[in-house]
Design a protein around this ligand. Structure first.
Ligand code: ADP
Ligand code: MG
Length: 366
């Protein structure tokens, strides 16, 4: 239904959106998740033809938004970040005006009534918009997008500034709309996106940092390549720690081992990372069995989507200010592998082969 190819937007020297590509299938609810300034609104403005792209294509139902804007835009209902409402009009007059602007052919009275019912604004139809609460205004904005029943809805931070009850109402409404429409919705709030969307695209600094269902994104990052081990050695002294760390480090596919806390007397935790291709759990088991060491715990690292989001979006921001932390606990960077999968990679780990220096100065933006 929506296809975006290599979409890029530059404001002067500033690269706001950098080579974004994705597709949205009919009936999908896609969430754009990203911190403020990530490029969500810019992307949505290009999707809807509100601003032009510097390069790249947007196809709405196969129609290029810049080549045939009228036809493409007829498929889209857009709720921009700041709803395009005329606050001195009544709800009724405003929606009638939008109906005319969209040259809507649906039966006027019945259609406007349906839209108002759906957005629960029937009881304020006679009111002047500026006297309405923020929640109602937002719903009027949504109603405006729904007029003419467009198959695609693009909603930019639809719940921003609303109170918790209003947020739940709008979410419920969006879910309902998702049954009949293809929806893209943006938010900088993770639970919001998780609650409403079938699929999530995490946008950071103008690029797609992750794309998939919440589970897929979390799974791609948490699969076997990071784990915590707790092993009991033979002597219950710090010698065990060295011995075990070295032996685990020597296993095929292990790229990083760090002995962590002493959990019980002489029993240590080890942070282990692998190349992401090898499942080393059995080899670790064998190693310990052969040496008579006891595995007391083996836990695959369990990043929640929230951890992932924070790591993707905050890593660079805390680099310098958080010196102490970064020394005691290496930070994790999210990398995309050749197969397009996501991997959490330990920063400053010497074994890391991906580092080629090209990431170290990313363009000097901001
Ligand atoms: P988001 O919606 O994710 O918060 P935006 O798309 O609004 O992010 O902004 C992305 C980046 O582009 C930001 O750094 C912002 O300052 C910049 N930007 C947005 N609009 C303009 C503009 N009209 N002129 C210059 N820079 C802009
Ligand atoms: Mg925005």
């Amino acid at each position: 239904m929506i296809e975006v190819r290599n979409l890029t937007k530059k404001y002067g020297d500033k690269l706001a959106v950098n080579n974004i590509s994705f597709k949205v299938e009919k009936g999908e609810i896609l969430g754009f998740l990203g911190p403020n300034g990530a490029g969500k609104s810019t992307t949505m403005n290009m999707l809807t033809g509100y601003i032009s792209s510097t390069s790249g294509d947007v196809l709405i139902d196969g129609i290029d938004i810049l080549e045939d804007p009228r036809k493409a835009k007829a498929n889209i209902g857009y709720l921009p970040e700041i709803p395009p409402i005329y606050v001195d009009m009544t709800v009724e007059a405003y929606l009638g005006f939008v109906y005319d602007m969209k040259k809507c052919k649906l039966p006027r009275k019945a259609h406007l009534k349906d839209v108002c019912n759906l957005c629960k604004i029937e009881d304020v139809r006679g009111r002047i918009i500026k006297n309405l609460s923020k929640g109602y205004r937002q719903r009027v904005g949504l109603a405006q997008a729904l007029i003419n029943n467009p198959p695609v809805l693009i909603l930019d931070e639809p719940t921003v500034g609303l109170d918790p009850n209003q947020i739940i109402e709008i979410r419920t409404l969006i879910k309902k709309l998702g049954k009949k429409h293809t929806v893209i919705l943006s938010s900088h709030i993770l639970p919001e996106i998780q609650a409403v969307c079938d699929r999530i695209i995490i946008i950071n600094k103008g690029t797609v940092a992750a794309d998939g269902t919440a589970d897929e994104i979390a799974k791609n990052i948490t699969n076997e390549h990071k784990m915590t081990l707790r092993i009991e050695g033979p002597t219950h002294t710090a010698d065990d720690k060295r011995l075990i760390a070295d032996a685990v480090r020597a296993l095929d596919g292990v790229t990083y081992v760090r002995a962590d806390m002493e959990r019980e007397r002489g029993i240590y935790d080890y942070d282990v990372e692998t190349d992401g291709k090898t499942d080393v759990r059995r080899a670790i088991n064998k190693l310990c069995a052969e040496n008579g060491w006891n595995i007391l715990m083996l836990q695959l690292s369990d990043l929640t989507l929230e951890d992932i989001f924070l790591k993707i979006t905050m890593d660079e921001g805390i680099d310098k200010s958080d010196d102490k932390k970064s020394k005691s606990k290496p930070k994790i960077e999210i990398k995309t592998t050749e197969s397009g999968k996501l991997r959490a990679v330990q920063e400053n780990s010497e074994e890391r082969s991906e580092t080629d220096g090209s990431n170290d100065n990313n363009g000097g933006e901001e």
